[in-house]
Write a protein that binds this ligand. Structure first.
Ligand code: AMP
Ligand code: ZN
Length: 134
């Protein structure tokens, strides 16, 4: 993927504020942070989204997210933590190289993530259960 910015950042071709690196991942500070310390976990191997991500990297990314959340909470003194991962334009993805957002949360930080809760109707519940229940 020669024109993927996160491939270039993850592999060190473009500099970024790196807070963690190993053979398979780089964790950088987001240039448009939602809060102090907002960071991104980037796999070095290109996958556009979660559907393309190999299982082994998906598992390692989650373990790394836990490790980073623990360290960031301890060192930054945040009061809570969101881990966000967007897939597809309609879901808010703007860079099409898989990444996980690590968003430290502070009391009264004004960060807005979320949705307006709807109502689970019987009709929709039955439809979805029929499609997804194994
Ligand atoms: P998403 O909307 O989930 O695709 O998130 C993309 C994120 O990447 C946004 O939070 C951007 O602020 C961030 N971003 C885009 N380009 C860069 C960059 N060159 N370095 C660091 N963060 C970036
Ligand atoms: Zn890429």
């Amino acid at each position: 993927m020669n024109d993927c910015i996160f491939c270039k950042i993850a592999n060190g071709e473009i500099p970024a504020a790196t807070i963690y690196e190993d053979d398979e991942f780089r964790v950088i500070l987001d240039l448009g942070p939602a809060s102090k310390g907002h960071a991104l976990i980037l796999p070095k191997e290109h996958a556009a989204n979660i559907y393309e991500l190999p299982d082994e990297l998906a598992a390692k990314a989650m373990i790394l997210a836990k490790k980073m959340a623990t360290k960031m909470t301890e060192k930054l003194g945040c009061d809570g933590f969101n881990i966000v991962q967007n897939n597809g334009e309609v879901a808010g993805q703007t860079v099409f190289h898989f990444h996980m957002h690590l968003i430290p949360r502070y009391a009264d930080d004004g960060v807005k993530l979320g949705w307006v809760p709807g109502t689970l109707t019987d009709e929709v519940k039955e439809e979805v259960l029929e499609k997804l229940h194994e």
